[in-house]
Design a binder for this molecule. Sequence first.
Ligand code: FE
Length: 243
Amino acid sequence: MRPMIASHRGGSLQWPENSPTAFRNTADLPVDQVEFDIHPTADGEIVVIHDATLDRTTNASGPVATRTLAELRSVTLNGTDGESMLTLAELIALFRPTPITLRMEIKPDPQHRPYPGLLQAALTQLDAKGMRARTIITSFQADTAAAAAATPGLAGAIWLVSPLVQADIGLDGIAAVADEMDIRRLGLRISHLDASMMAELRLRGLRVGAWAVNDAAAIKRAISLGVDVFTTDLPSLALELRG
Ligand code: FE
């Protein structure tokens, strides 16, 4: 099977992660999906940024969700020429004219608690532009992935399994949680995935993708394993290697 390619955070080894530049460049690539992360603002908007705090990727600090959109507009993304983070609406507008599927990761707050209402607010924005059917929702939090899986009309819902969870509960535990929560799609770290695990999970009716596929060797491995989809920070190399 020919895996689909998701440009992770807009291709964050090629361009500054989750930046307008990264997304504009990804929009010009023949990738299947664009992966990005969302957090709410203090005034009910939704912004595209990975961390729950501004410290690592911007010139500001502190939690994202305690700032208004106007405040966040004056925050500059590191490594860019003065760019600020996109809103979800702006990202939707950028990709709507392309054939690329949105792969939206719903992030938790700095204490790893789900933001109340974030999924619903994001769905409202997708629906306003007719993009729900072109969107896959992902989360490392099984509850959030399950809520997405129970949402009608999406292109998919993926539970991202961290190596820590995988070590803790094993494949049997992962399959049991997926069953109990009606989750049909998983994303495992490529370094923690092999052919026998793929076969076992598929036997249990689960679809399997890989994440953190960020060098040539990992990309080749994801392709030869035949994962459904993989996220990569090097989308151009992934496209070249997939052929
Ligand atoms: Fe992400």
